[in-house]
Design a protein around this ligand. Structure first.
Ligand code: FAD
Length: 424
């Protein structure tokens, strides 16, 4: 132990290495690819989630859960250097990848930042043990980019709030337990000033979770319909009508996902589809010797290294106060653009296998689907267009986009017919 009672990172690394090697299986890449691509059957997917909860519990019991979370809520109270060491030692092994985003970040991060003491003591240990899995309910059918224009309504009734409305594109809500939800509590003030954040269990009276089937057969996305959902005031996060303050931090945690000290993610792993690295694809497609392919592998490698360095630099800048929270949009933009380009590179390397493949094609299998889904990296977590807006306006200080609703009571902002009906 070091003088301040914090385990030396190198000793921690050795302890993590030996525990990982004795307790975890090697990662089966095809299982991971099917899970991330949403192509697995319902039973397989639920079994996968059960296994991930089990691993999370093993992390907890062995003292590796919540490495950077406070000890009083079940975490280890260690540093980002310890989390990085753990991530590096995990490379190649199974880990609870679907329990990371948005469960640990942004959801647990937001509870830690804004939750009451009771909320933290109730939920953070449960999240760390894999007993509670959280999803974020931000986007609405009327649009997801303009988060502050949320129309899901919460009306106070004594010690409770009554929520009505709909959220959409919630990844994995059907296998999750709790939701973090942004709702409108005041229609008589401009949009940013009338929002409040609530938490509630996803499978209870008043919440209907519908799965959405996409063209590729994935049913990962969900839409939730909230009908007279009663939420106790003790399940409000942050102050009434101050939800935008919570929301801004929420989006910061989402944009910094890949460098969050709360997230366990081995180097090279990601949350979007793809079964291996471009070099793996080239090897399994039999084109590793091709000079053009080697150029493409090099390009993808540079994007990967630059992305990781950028994330770390921004995270350090934000921690030291040199860069504002809004700088996280730079990392988000780069992550989206580089992710889409890397999927394109993998597709190109795969050649004909990118259009037709069998399970024996290894890392070259399924890349046609990943290619078609590549834009997801530029949309999920807020679009890259919105990130560009934040960078120009909030980081570079350029003139703000014209807005007709900024100073108008939200009730008076023109909306579509269905939205109007809900607001009355
Ligand atoms: C993989 C994935 C996972 C997701 N998971 C979740 C989740 O768990 N929870 C959740 O709540 N949501 C989730 N989403 C939804 C996501 O947050 C929204 O799709 C996203 O914020 C965009 O919202 P929208 O689709 O309604 O598009 P819109 O807001 O309707 O935008 C349409 C287009 O217009 C552009 N645009 C809009 N306004 C501007 C502007 N002011 N300036 C420039 N361009 C603009 C957008 O960039 C976009 O290209 C997920 C999406 C994906 C792809």
């Amino acid at each position: 132990m070091a003088a301040d009672n914090i385990e030396d990172p190198e000793a921690f690394r050795q302890r993590a290495r030996s525990w990982i090697r004795s307790n975890l299986e090697l990662m089966d890449r095809s299982v991971l690819a099917a899970a991330l691509g949403g192509g697995a059957s319902e039973e397989t997917e639920l079994a996968g989630i059960r296994r991930e909860r089990e691993i999370q519990r093993m992390f907890f019991d062995a003292g590796f859960a919540g490495i950077c979370m406070p000890r009083e809520y079940g975490g280890q109270g260690l540093t980002p250097a310890h989390q990085r060491a753990f991530n590096e030692e995990l490379a190649g092994y199974e880990f609870p990848h679907r329990l990371q985003a948005p469960n640990f970040s942004p959801c647990a991060a937001v509870i830690l930042d804004f939750g009451t003491e009771e909320q933290k003591r109730r939920h953070i240990p449960a999240i760390l043990k894999g007993e509670e899995l959280w999803m974020q309910l931000l986007s609405e059918p009327g649009g997801g980019s303009d988060v502050a224009a949320a129309q899901t309504t919460a009306v106070r009734d004594g010690d409770e709030w009554v929520l009505n409305g709909s959220k959409i594109w919630t990844t994995g809500a059907w296998w999750s337990d709790w939701g973090l939800c942004l709702a409108r509590t005041n229609w008589d003030v401009p949009k940013h000033r009338g929002l409040t954040v609530f938490i509630f269990p996803l499978h209870r009276e008043g919440v209907d979770v519908h799965r959405i089937e996409m063209l590729n057969g994935s049913k990962e996305f969900c839409q939730e319909f909230l009908t007279d959902l009663r939420v106790p005031d003790t399940d409000r996060v942050g102050e009434v009508d101050e939800g935008w303050t919570v929301g801004v931090r929420w989006m910061f945690h989402e944009r910094m996902l890949y460098n969050s000290p709360l997230v366990t993610l081995p180097p090279g792993a990601r949350f979007t589809p793809g079964s291996g690295s471009p070099a793996d694809v080239a090897r399994d497609a039999g084109v590793l010797a091709d000079s053009h392919v080697r150029d493409l592998i090099g390009e993808a490698r540079v994007l990967d290294i630059a992305g990781r360095e950028l994330q770390q630099r921004i995270a350090q800048g934000v921690r030291s106060g040199r860069i504002s929270d809004q700088g996280a949009a730079i990392a988000r933009l780069f992550g989206g653009v580089a992710g889409a380009r890397t999927r394109t590179i993998e597709f190109e390397i795969a050649g004909a296998m990118g259009g037709a493949w069998t399970d024996d094609d290894g890392a070259a299998a399924g890349l046609g689907v990943d290619f078609l889904m590549r834009q997801a990296a530029c949309i999920g977590g807020g679009t890259t267009e919105m990130a560009r807006n934040v960078i120009s306006e909030r980081v570079l200080g350029m003139p703000r986009e014209r807005s007709s609703d900024r100073d108008v009571p939200f009730r008076e902002v023109p909306r579509g017919p269905s939205a109007g009906a809900r607001s009355r």
